[in-house]
Design a protein around this ligand. Structure first.
Ligand code: AMP
Length: 215
């Protein structure tokens, strides 16, 4: 199965993609995670991407298309994938369509998750990430013994630079201007399905899995 997780930052695309990846046994490809790993490694691409990400802007289409092409062409993606964070612009969506034609495979579904903007700002303000294992914690929902240390691996917890309120508002503006048109693109192709992202992640996941059942 080939799926795209779509929606504004903070709607729960990553959480849903991880759950689907476990349940459907297909790889979760997060372009944000790939860029953050590159930034941590200190590579030239990573350093450049970090400046753009921390400012709440989008990394260039050329870089993102090349990077996604490389991952989707790799052996781990032969039998399917869940793309999370790509495409984020119309040129990226068009490039993906071309790539799928080249690979002679089809996109099954675009899962669009909707949450209102104030809730997104609130949610991202509660988010802490572990520097060591990458696990995301929520100060409100998870009972954390200590907000400085990951309860899974003991790594240090931090707030992503781009989760600060001012940057989140910038990211939401970028989403409205550059990413929202991608929703129309997939709507027209008839493969987009909308979900309400306000609620228990496991419940939302069940709804998505039900919608993915063959009819
Ligand atoms: P995410 O973890 O998906 O919220 O992505 C974090 C940041 O990585 C975004 O705010 C962008 O700066 C960058 N990024 C991730 N995916 C893309 C993409 N497809 N196009 C452009 N920038 C991206």
């Amino acid at each position: 199965m080939r799926l795209i997780m779509f929606g504004a930052p903070g709607v729960g695309k990553g959480t849903q993609a991880k759950l689907l990846s476990q349940k459907l046994n297909i790889p979760h490809v997060s372009t944000g995670d790939i860029l953050r790993a590159a930034a941590t490694s200190g590579s030239e691409l990573g350093n450049k991407a970090k400046v753009v990400m921390d400012a709440g802007q989008l990394v260039s289409d050329d870089i993102m298309i090349a990077l996604t092409k490389e991952v989707l062409a790799s052996s781990k993606c032969t039998n399917g994938w869940i793309l999370d964070g790509f495409p984020r612009t119309l040129p990226q969506a068009q490039a993906l369509t071309k790539l799928l034609n080249e690979f002679k495979v089809k996109l099954d579904r675009v899962i669009d998750i909707e949450v209102n903007e104030e809730e997104i700002v609130r949610r991202l303000g509660m988010r802490l990430t572990c520097k060591k294992c990458g696990r995301i914690w929520n100060i409100q929902l998870d009972t954390l013994a200590d907000t400085t240390e990951c309860m899974d691996c003991g790594g240090p917890l931090f707030q992503r630079e781009d989760d600060r309120e001012e940057t989140v508002r910038k990211r939401l503006k970028v989403y409205q201007q550059q990413t929202k048109p991608v929703k129309e693109y997939y709507k027209r192709l008839g493969i987009l399905k909308e979900f309400d992202g306000d609620g228990d992640p496991e419940y939302i996941n069940k709804e998505i899995l039900t919608a993915l059942q063959p009819t």
